[in-house]
Design a protein around this ligand. Structure first.
Ligand SMILES: Nc1ncnc2c1ncn2[C@@H]1O[C@H](COP(=O)(O)OP(=O)(O)OP(=O)(O)O)[C@@H](O)[C@H]1O
Ligand SMILES: [Mg+2]
Length: 503
């Protein structure tokens, strides 16, 4: 390989036919005597555009072969021409430079065309050099070379992460892997599980309990999770009423009075609340507004007056404190309003427990958060809540459901395949990466492969084939034709037959 051009941090490298290089590979451009080097990543491979190549290709077209006679090549240049025809141009992005053994993000060093040596840099070697593996290793999977890609759990700590990609590419699978790894290291995790997929984390694929069984707590609102009104703080019930149930301000003020009166009498029950609204002296519209929200609360099935049915979120969260654990909030089969009620409650509770230090920090995994997270929470989550100790991972197959301001603040992004231009555009807004890298690499990712960007890989984008997990599959898409060919299954193509048929 030879250095051809450098424009800003884009490096063009000539690659000869006997050298195997693919998109995503890393190269070391070294000037041994100067003790300097650049680390660059191949983001595109093209044919080398040498003058005269088009003519040469036309001349050697199959029809040319039918002409009788012998080829006359006294200077024996034919092999050289084929060599040139198959040469490629590698478009690379400089990721870092090395100066006397020191890695630095500076990209300004200019390598010599004549003296520099270009070599392939194995990802395993690069991972070692950047010390991605720390004391809390998480094996994400394999790199293309077959070495393990290991990140450190602490690179997720205190961070905002995004997992995105098109449908059925393996996003939830990766999130489960991250959840279990965090739990293994003793972290408290809360999952907003939209499709009831995480309930199987405590079981292995054959249905037997696995090592995590006692650390995974699945809460299904209305079924094994109900609350008494007395467990709620006024602030939390008000945010449920105002944000999830859209109670207008004047009615909210009346509700505050009703709540305080009931609390003083120690009568915070659904029944007493209904009676109080009925008998409260107020404007009829206010009463109607309060009643409609009251019935929404009653119908959600999340609230109960029966102490033996009630459960406590604190208890589950406290269970995760010692050895780590995950509280999975199963939002499958819940209506959009009930979902929002539950999410308001859980987030309110988390902030309460974290702000008085009864919990240290929580990793929050939110699947398709735009379906239940209210507008004002988005910015809250990346700013205020992060300071309280809620570290969020958003998982979505609609990248434009996450605002660009959130992408810009994301510390780690796990990208699966996208082909749609709009989706690619939305994703490439993340400032931690340049748009070209994202667009070029992500478009070609096979299912279950993901491009890891950000702190976890010290800003060296890397592709990984996510490892499999021995957990019970839940929440699979229901199908009518059970034996539908799985999209991810390999399709064998008889190339010989195809070639014969194409004649
Ligand atoms: N690395 C992997 N190893 C083994 N199986 C995997 C892997 N990744 C995904 N799968 C399987 O592929 C299927 C689809 O994966 P998953 O549900 O994670 O996709 P998704 O991107 O979350 O899809 P959706 O957009 O529908 O939520 C699942 O059955 C999952 O178990
Ligand atoms: Mg999913």
């Amino acid at each position: 390989m030879k250095v051809y051009k450098k424009e800003g941090n884009v490096l063009q490298i000539l690659c000869f036919p006997d050298e195997e290089v693919e998109k995503g590979d890393y190269l070391l451009i070294e000037e041994p005597k100067a003790g300097k080097a650049l680390i660059a990543q191949v983001i595109d491979v093209q044919f080398a555009n040498v003058p005269g190549i088009l003519e040469e290709l036309l001349r050697s077209s199959p029809d040319g072969g039918n002409i009788e006679g012998a080829d006359f090549d006294p200077l024996e240049i034919a092999p050289h021409i084929t060599y040139i025809q198959d040469s490629r141009l590698l478009i690379c992005k400089v990721r870092a430079s090395v100066n006397n053994g020191q890695l630095s993000p500076s990209k300004s060093w200019f390598p010599s065309r004549s003296r520099s040596v270009v070599k392939k840099l194995p990802v395993s070697r690069l991972l070692e050099a950047i010390q991605a593996r720390g004391e809390l290793p998480i094996v994400l999977g394999e790199t293309k070379e077959g070495s393990q890609l290991v990140i450190d759990a602490s690179s997720l700590d205190g961070r905002l992460n995004i997992v995105t990609g098109k449908k059925e590419t393996g996003k939830s699978h990766l999130s489960k892997l991250l959840v279990l790894s965090l739990v293994q290291y003793g972290a408290s995790v809360v999952v907003f599980d939209l499709n009831g997929e995480y309930a199987g984390l405590g079981y292995s694929s054959d249905g037997a309990r696995n090592a995590y069984y006692h650390r995974i707590h699945v809460l299904t609102p209305g079924r094994n999770f109900k609350l008494m009104l007395g467990q709620l703080k006024l602030r939390v019930i008000l945010s449920i009423l105002v944000h999830a149930l859209h109670l207008p301000g004047t009615s909210a003020r009346e509700f505050r009075h009703i709540w305080k009166t009931l609390k003083e009498k120690n009568e915070l029950t659904l029944y007493a609340l209904g009676e109080a609204i009925r008998n409260w002296r107020c404007n009829i519209h206010v009463r109607d507004a309060l009643f409609s929200r009251y019935y929404a609360l009653v119908n959600s099935g999340i609230f109960t007056d029966n102490p033996s049915e009630a459960s406590s979120l604190e208890e589950f969260l406290f269970k995760t404190r010692e050895k780590g654990g995950a509280v999975v909030v199963n939002l499958r089969d819940t209506s959009s309003i009930d979902r929002q009620i539950m999410v308001e409650y859980v987030l309110g509770k988390l902030v309460e427990l974290l702000s008085n230090w009864r919990l240290r920090a929580v990793f929050l995994f939110a699947e398709e958060a735009h379906l239940y997270l209210r507008e004002t929470y988005w910015d809250d989550i990346v700013t205020r809540m992060r300071h309280f100790g809620i570290f969020t991972t958003f998982i979505t197959n609609q990248p434009d459901s996450i605002r660009s301001s959130i992408y810009r603040q994301a510390d780690n992004i796990f990208l699966f395949n996208f082909t749609n231009e709009n989706d690619l555009e939305a994703v490439s807004k993340a400032t931690r990466v340049d748009a070209e890298t994202v667009k070029s690499i992500v478009r070609d990712l096979p299912p279950r492969h993901c491009l890891v960007l950000g702190r976890a890989v010290k800003d060296f984008p890397m592709v990984v084939k996510v490892r499999s997990l021995d957990v019970k599959a839940m929440g699979r898409t229901r199908l009518f034709f059970e034996k539908r060919a799985d999209l991810l299954e390999k399709v064998t193509v008889p190339l010989e037959e195809l070639s014969k048929a194409s004649g």
